[in-house]
Write a new protein. Structure first.
Lengths: 1005, 188
């Protein structure tokens, strides 16, 4: 049973006990524990269940690579599933539950799957659920969905209690990893004066070197680490961040750091996570190495751990996994675990060294301590199901005939080490296979390259394949100096710290234990602990033709769990290569993708939540609208009032009232969002003649003209009123959504095609509050405010005039989008609200009524005015809309002219705009289609028209609509059948699109 | 006559830094050939400062100019003088091909003040805010989270940010969020 030892624990402080809860049980740990070490100290080896077979699982590792010990962490607004117990720092009051079992961790009904494993081989889902086809949707999929996922999904309605943020950092040298390699690389780089940013994922510096022990420059490694951290901390050009993981390396020296500020102190103020968005000239990956498991039967039984992890728990936390630990290895490093256990008074009954010759100096040391070492031997199988009770021993060279059985309660395994090449590989760094050490290491000749084709990532230490401390320090020094040099600095000469030689015997690649293991053993030899992928699954995939490592991965789900195969990838691809009879480098690795370990969604979102999830653009009148019960409509990023319901009105009632009040007397509209672009220069007229389909250069100063803008494909993309301000200046109004787009469109043509034309543009949309004063009493209201002559003669229709209205500098446009007598008054935004309030106060005698966008739509539809986005959808040309009058016949060219001459554009059968009136006065559904006889090639009914705008007109007391209809204008009076939502149709007459005041008498007063 | 009001009426917040909507400022967007004598003398006469070098601002009291792009400046003056300054500028430009428009009301200006000014901004804008890279007198046109903005330093403890008026509430909320106590970074 795992327990806390009497003494020890490098990272813990036993004088500071902490209490926490696991599966409802109160447990105790100490400060410095991880959740995993505290659980182990409490005798809780069993921490979860595997995904597919619900096998009982304890931790196999002690760090970021852990596949098994995943928990539901926290509660309520701080609940998060799939948190690794091995990297979760313990805090007082922590609450966790185990995952993927029912009804309990100890008794899980789903564990029946493990007995069915023979029937759940690789590709089971693909093979099983494909037939019969109809069962998939209603039977298989719901069942599979129910079994999917490990942790519980957070409650959909609960809002995360924490905050998150981003931080943009720039540095000359970014070093990822704060082990001895990272620290030494930082020292090597910092001496040059370069800015150095050093990130370490855990709370502590030095990596695993303090556990492995040894000396650097004649002092204990921990002292050297402390000195290095202090020296770096004293340098102004160095920034150290612990609890910050290098999550990803991207193009051009961009990297992500994931800082966990409050995970260990959830009630502290400030953001929980901070996403560092870093630009670095050079990146050093000092990410260390991860130990590999060995593939033997029962290697997933709780109590079988990596040898390094067993050592970590003892040295770092003073926690033992068991009293009797069998060590099984193919290399010398695992002997350190045996020696460490022995020194801590724990029993190591045997070391099984798969190498026929055994190890070197460390083996001799172990033997000198009286530990029994068996050379060329292996584990045939592990005994026990929920925990290890013993191992059977066989020859590594054989097929698994049992030579001996040894009782034990823990197994420490080591299959060798793999450099953490993830961050090197994220942005394209290639790997080479190191035959001698049996691992992939960075191919230094094929580094990720930046914008200038030179490398920007340098691996250091164990991450570069230099596993031994002495070599690590040498390599890290070089890496730091090289990084500073590549970043444009002149490094001072940096002494390489010296560590004693540690001669070790060569390791021996062991991909299966024993090498000739029979099928029964192979089917219990786990590769991927979280997703339950075994040696036999990979072999089956190979047998079924999955030769590509990427295909085999997806077919078997190897490495696709939340740990992304940190322990399983190399063993898996080695197994695949053996099954295919190919060598390992030719099979290759799967793709390493960021992030290195999962990062929180909150960190990705950063501050973008709640009121700042997205920018909301507000007009100068926004607060007035808000306080007058505006029913909002999003228009691009703007919020515009859809209508202003009053005193219990429904939205529909408010819209009808606003239309009636405007037609009858006086309406006021906030039109500030309409785009306003100033175009000025000697070539401005010529430029606008190209942009608009009609002539703008001939527009006299003081006058306005409605214009259409088309894309180069001829399609109508924007419209609006253009005013000639002076000889060389025009003011172009665009749609609300079109302001930025049309400004960009103008600049694109000016900068790329007509760069020699003398034209400048400026988007002045937000300079003005623009208010439409609309209705029979509009003129009376403006006259009452005073200051400008707005009479019929002084300011005729389609003219503008500058002046001072009620003491506010104003430009008044006599334009109408409603068919009423109408003025649009533009004033500086900072005085918009003042004018708006004056208009309401002075207009009270005419029942001045604020109206919103829906009333605006009805008013324009009653007059047959088109709306960009309703009558147009990117496939409509002005000629379809009866707007031929706005297309200049005189101009040699305009954008879209050539396209509009193409045969499809001049096809007389293009649907044309007409008005539509239902026989029963009802409102047609938006987008409704007019049925035509016969069916098309897909068996659908033919159509001959569709509705583009449809409203109830309070003015006419009936439904009105506009639509595009085949030969529409020639079919006035004809009745078509338009579809309704209930499947029936409604007889609808084709009429003139101008429903109201066709002579325009109301606006010409 | 009415009193002009800025987007947020000088709203302020104190956290890691002092955040303040800085009220109305006279601002004139000027596009033209920045190398031309006509434009340079027009700027000197109306703004009281020379044409700033790329990515810099020059100020003399409330008057000044900011480099916005290879053919654009933003000229500053007291808000009530914007009309007169624009007229003066337009006059001085004479027949030269240029565009000067009043954008005083189209923008909002924010002040961010305090020792942690640099790191609060670095949470929102992809700009190297280190003292070595970003000194008083330099300006960046950039973005703050999801909106366009320009930022420059008045001195080592105060930055000015200009954005569109319509997103002033968003900008204010952003700055307040980034300046929330507990969010110290300690980078600069």
């Amino acid at each position: 049973m795992s327990t806390r030892l009497a003494t020890g624990g490098r990272l813990t402080d036993r004088s500071k006990p902490m209490s926490f809860r696991f599966n409802g049980q109160n447990l105790r740990g100490v400060q410095g524990d991880t959740l995993a070490s505290a659980l182990l100290a409490s005798g809780q080896l069993l921490m979860g269940r595997s995904f597919k077979y619900h096998r009982p699982r304890g931790p196999v590792a002690s760090g970021a690579e852990e596949p098994n010990a995943l928990v539901n962490l926290g509660q309520g607004a701080r609940f998060e599933p799939n948190q690794r117990a091995t990297t979760t720092e313990l805090f007082d009051g922590l609450t966790a539950t185990s995952q993927n079992h029912w009804p309990s961790l100890n008794f899980d009904v789903g564990a029946v799957n493990t007995h069915l494993s023979r029937f759940l081989p690789a590709g089971f889902y693909y093979k099983m659920f494909i037939h019969p086809r109809p069962l998939w949707k209603h039977f298989y999929e719901p069942i599979i969905r129910r079994s999917a996922g490990l942790g519980a999904a957070p409650d959909a309605e609960t809002v995360d209690a924490d905050t998150y943020e981003h931080f943009y950092a720039f540095t000359d040298v970014l070093i990822l990893g704060g082990g001895v390699a990272g620290l030494q690389a930082a020292l090597g780089a910092a001496g040059s004066g370069a800015q150095v940013l050093l990130l370490e994922q855990s709370a502590d510096w030095g990596g695993r070197t303090p556990v492995d022990g040894g000396e650097i420059d004649g002092k204990p490694v921990q002292d050297w680490i402390n000195d290095a951290v202090q020296a770096l901390g004293n340098m102004d050009n160095v920034t150290l961040r612990n609890r910050t993981m290098g999550a990803g390396v991207y193009d051009h020296g961009y990297a992500l750091g994931y800082e966990r500020l409050n995970d260990h102190a959830p009630e502290a103020a400030g953001p929980r996570h901070r996403l560092w968005r870093i630009r670095a000239r050079q990146i050093v990956t000092a990410t260390g190495a991860i130990e590999r498991p060995l593939s033997f039967a029962g290697n997933d039984v709780p109590g079988v751990l990596l040898a390094s992890a067993v050592r970590d728990y003892v040295v770092n936390y003073g926690v033992s996994i068991g009293d009797r630990t069998v060590v099984v290895t193919n290399n010398d490093d695992a002997y350190r675990t045996a020696i460490c256990l022995q020194e801590h008074g724990l029993d190591v009954p045997v070391i099984l060294d798969a190498r026929p010759q055994g190890g070197g100096a460390l083996m001799q040391q172990a033997e000198a301590l009286g530990i029994r070492v068996l050379r060329g031997k292996a584990i045939a199988s592990v005994q026990g199901s929920r925990k290890v009770t013993g191992v059977t021993i066989c020859a590594q060279a054989g097929e698994g005939a049992v030579l001996e059985t040894i009782a034990c309660d823990a197994v420490a395994m080591s299959g060798g080490w793999s450099p953490v090449v993830h961050l090197w590989s994220h942005c394209g760094g290639k790997l080479v296979w190191d035959e001698q050490q049996a691992f992939f290491r960075p191919d230094l000749g094929k580094a990720p390259t930046g914008h200038d084709g030179t490398p920007f990532v340098i691996p250091a230490g164990a991450a570069n394949g230099y596993i031994h401390l002495r070599d690590t320090l040498t390599d890290a020094t070089t890496a730091g100096v090289s990084a500073a040099t590549a970043a444009g600095f002149k490094p001072k000469s940096t002494a390489v710290p010296q560590a004693p030689e540690q001669p070790e015997a060569p390791m021996m690649a062991v991909w299966l234990m024993p090498q000739g293991a029979n099928v029964a053993l192979r089917a219990k030899a786990w590769l991927d602990f979280q997703n339950d992928v075994k040696v036999s699954d990979i072999q089956l995939a190979a047998q079924e033709g999955y030769e590509s490592v990427e295909h085999a991965k997806r077919y078997t789900t190897l490495g696709m769990a939340t740990d992304q195969g940190k322990l399983s990838n190399i063993n898996g691809l080695a197994t695949l290569s053996r099954a295919l009879g190919a060598d390992i480098p030719s099979v290759g690795t799967t793709t390493f993708r960021p992030p290195y370990t999962p990062i929180s969604m909150g960190a990705i979102a950063g501050q973008a939540r709640g009121e700042i999830f997205q920018p909301v653009r507000e007009t100068p009148l926004h607060q007035w609208h808000q306080s007058h019960a505006a029913h909002w409509e999003p228009v691009g990023q703007w919020r515009r009032p859809y209508c202003f319901p009053q005193g219990g009105e429904t939205v529909e009632q408010a819209v009808q009232r606003e239309v009636i009040a405007t037609r009858a007397s006086l309406g006021l509209l906030d039109a500030s969002t309409l785009g306003k672009i100033v175009v000025k220069g000697p070539d401005a007229g010529r430029f606008l003649d190209m942009l608009y389909t009609n002539m703008m250069s001939t527009l006299p100063v003081g006058k306005c003209r409605y214009g259409l803008m088309c894309s180069e494909n001829g399609f109508l993309m924007d419209d609006g009123v253009v005013a000639r301000i002076s000889d060389d200046t025009w003011l172009c109004h665009t749609t609300t959504g079109g302001a930025e787009r049309i400004h960009g469109h103008m600049e694109e043509w000016l900068q790329t095609e007509w760069w020699d034309w003398k034209v400048y543009t400026a988007n002045v949309t937000e300079q003005y509050a623009q208010i439409a004063v609309v209705g029979p009493n509009a003129r009376k209201l403006l006259e009452k405010l005073g200051g400008m002559d707005v009479s019929k003669d002084a300011l005729p229709f389609m003219q503008w005039s500058d002046g001072t209205l009620a003491g506010i500098p104003a430009r008044i446009f006599r334009i109408s989008f409603s068919g009423e007598l109408s003025y649009e008054v533009a004033v500086p935004a900072s005085q918009g609200l003042a004018l708006w309030e004056m208009l309401h106060a002075a207009g009270a005698e005419w029942n001045a009524t604020a109206y919103g966008t829906e009333a605006l739509h009805i008013l324009r539809a009653e007059k047959g005015f088109i709306m960009i986005g309703d009558e147009t959808d990117g496939t409509v040309i002005p000629q379809d809309l009866g707007l031929g009058w706005a297309i200049s016949k005189k101009k040699a060219d305009y954008i879209g002219k050539r396209a509009q001459a193409r045969s499809h554009m001049t096809d007389p059968t293009r649907w044309q705009l007409v008005g539509l009136e239902t026989a029963d006065g009802s409102v047609l559904p938006d987008g409704a289609l007019a049925a035509a006889p016969g069916k098309n090639a897909n068996g659908q009914r033919n159509t001959q028209g569709r509705v583009t705008s449809t409203y109830h007109s309070p003015t006419l007391g009936r439904g009105i609509a506009m639509g595009l209809v085949l030969n529409g204008p020639e079919r006035m009076g004809e009745t078509l059948e338009f579809s309704k939502l209930d499947g029936t149709t409604v007889p609808t007459k084709i009429v003139n699109a101008v429903f109201f005041d066709p002579e325009g008498e109301k606006q010409n007063v | 006559m009415s009193e002009p009001v800025s987007a947020l009426s000088n709203a302020s917040f104190d956290g890691l830094v002092h955040v303040q909507e800085a009220g109305l400022h006279g601002m004139i967007a000027l596009r033209g050939d920045l190398d031309s004598e006509a434009l340079q003398s027009a700027v000197t006469n109306s703004a009281g400062v020379g044409v700033p070098a790329p990515r810099t601002v020059v100020f003399d009291g409330a008057r000044g100019a900011a480099w916005m792009s290879p053919d654009e400046l933003l000229v500053f003056c007291p808000y009530p003088e914007a009309g007169a300054t624009l007229a003066q500028l337009t006059d001085a430009l004479g027949g030269a091909h240029a565009l000067a428009v009043d954008v005083s009301d189209a923008r909002a200006v924010f002040e961010v003040r305090g020792p942690r000014m640099r790191e609060v901004i670095a949470k929102l804008a992809p700009v190297d805010m280190s003292a070595a890279a970003f000194q008083p007198g330099t300006i960046r046109r950039t973005r703050f989270a999801q909106v366009a903005a320009a930022v420059w330093l008045v001195d080592d403890a105060e930055a000015r940010i200009v954005c569109f008026r319509s997103v002033a509430p968003y900008m204010f909320a952003l700055l307040c969020t980034a300046a929330a106590p507990g969010g110290e970074v300690g980078m600069f």
